[in-house]
Design a protein around this ligand. Structure first.
Ligand code: UD1
Length: 416
């Protein structure tokens, strides 16, 4: 297992190019199952979750080829099985369910278990697909789904679910007739998936709103598509500029998709501005703590909660962070406390009181974004921070140590 060793205290300066979005790339790659001809993608980040997705697509009968920053997926004779060994390493594997049912009428997909940040059920995915004509059984930990031809339906989600909206959007693109998704997720990654499907000939309206309308078609044509840049990676680098008192220019930064994050960072006292070259982030010290509540888009993203908490650890005053999406997403708190953070958890909220200094320590990443928060804290802390279990970070940050080192961070990867 690898760890990151960070010698903190260097203000980061320079420019960083934001990679393609992991959370947009995953459903878009899975939607190749809906096509019959080869489809070519650009701007796919080089990450563990992407490798897992390509491996799973291979097992489902698609040939995947990497060439000069492009990935071509050629759907062949589709096989219906997503095995537990892959699903347990990446919950988003369940996104093959809708496309498989739409294309071949059956699927056997391991039921994802809970994960470090919460139980994360998939009941909304199944409920929606049932309304479209699928029947499900649970067999030895696997969801066994069957249908003749999926048909359109009016589906109202109990809560806005990103994965649920994506699974149903993909299924509805090839279903017979009209599907209306109510209380749909409005995240930019859902919009990127819809835009890809539209480019392939799908008839979709309302993406980016909570009511999406899909008129099914008989087949989709193949295109070349570049996925959107990663708003969470970009947001993490904005915080890196703030926490180290540096100045970073983020190229290819999806500024509109980051509005709620940028507004909070500005409330804290950071200067963040859009320029023709990219988004420029500076830290006009001292920063102030603010209150943050995570919400579905366009609210403050749960995937940025841990990172902004790390920033608040070194800001003046006190602030409350409330997590309203996942029930167990504060595992980074005890690790930040080990570095000197003054944080107290009470149910779904934490109170952060800013301190003047954090000190380097040996800490452990427990999940992807919590791990990012520890790296950020390590960049600002005095002395050496060692972040272990960084396989979590490798799921979602492309070459994080190289990108940070290029703007001045003293950071290296070592074998544990
Ligand atoms: C996606 C993102 C993840 C992000 C999350 C919320 C990907 C690959 N992952 O995860 O990074 O943190 O959105 O923005 O894009 N829920 C149910 N039943 C369901 C589905 C969801 O109860 O069938 C609940 C979940 O437990 C959670 C909430 O709904 O409390 C939102 O989850 P959801 O939006 O589905 O998250 P993911 O798509 O898994």
């Amino acid at each position: 297992m690898d760890k990151l060793v960070i010698e903190g205290g260097v203000p980061l300066t320079g420019s960083i190019e934001v990679s393609g979005s992991k959370n947009a790339a995953l459903p878009i790659l899975f939607s190749s199952i809906l096509l019959t001809d080869p489809v070519c993608f650009r701007n796919i980040p080089n990450l563990r979750d992407i490798h897992t997705t390509l491996k799973l697509l291979g097992m489902l009968g698609c040939a995947c080829e990497h060439q000069k920053g492009r990935i071509t997926v050629t759907p062949g004779n589709l096989l219906p099985e997503a095995p537990y060994d892959l699903v347990r390493t990446m919950r988003a594997s369940v996104l093959c369910l809708g496309p498989l049912l739409a294309r071949i009428g059956h699927a056997r997909v391991a039921l994802p278990g809970g994960c470090a940040i919460g139980a994360r059920p998939v009941d909304q995915h199944l409920k929606g697909l049932e309304l479209m004509g699928a029947r499900f059984e649970l067999e030895k930990g696997y969801i066994l789904g069957r249908c003749r031809k999926l048909h359109g339906a009016r589906i109202t989600f109990d809560m806005p679910t990103v994965g649920g909206t994506e699974n149903l959007l993909m299924a509805a693109a090839l279903a017979e007739g009209e599907t209306i998704l109510e209380n749909a997720a409005r995240e930019p990654e859902v919009v990127d998936l819809a835009n890809f499907l539209i480019a392939c000939g799908a008839r979709i309206e309302g993406q980016g709103t909570s009511r999406i309308h899909v008129m099914g078609t008989n087949g989709l044509r193949s295109v070349e598509y570049a996925v959107m840049p990663d708003r969470i990676e970009a947001g993490t680098f904005l915080v890196a500029a703030g926490i180290t008192g540096g100045e970073l220019l983020l190229r290819q930064c999806p500024v509109n998709a980051l509005e709620s994050v940028i507004l909070k960072l500005q409330d804290m006292g950071m200067v963040v501005s859009a320029t023709p070259a990219g988004v420029l982030a500076k830290c006009a010290r001292p920063l102030r703590c603010v209150d943050v509540t995570t919400k579905p888009y366009p609210g403050f993203p749960t995937d940025m909660q841990a990172q902004i908490m790390a920033l608040m650890c070194l800001a003046e005053g006190a602030g409350v962070v409330e997590e309203s999406i996942f029930e167990n997403r504060f595992m980074h708190v005890p690790e930040l406390v080990r570095m000197g953070g003054n944080i107290r958890i009470s149910g779904h909220t934490v109170m952060v009181r800013g301190v003047r200094h954090l000190t380097g320590a040996q800490v452990m990443a427990s999940d992807l974004r919590g791990g990012a928060a520890l790296v950020l804290a390590g960049l600002a802390a005095g002395g050496i921070t060692e972040v272990s279990r960084i396989y979590h970070l490798d799921r979602g940050y492309e070459g994080i140590e190289d990108k940070l080192a290029a703007v001045g961070a003293r950071i290296r990867r070592e074998k544990e």
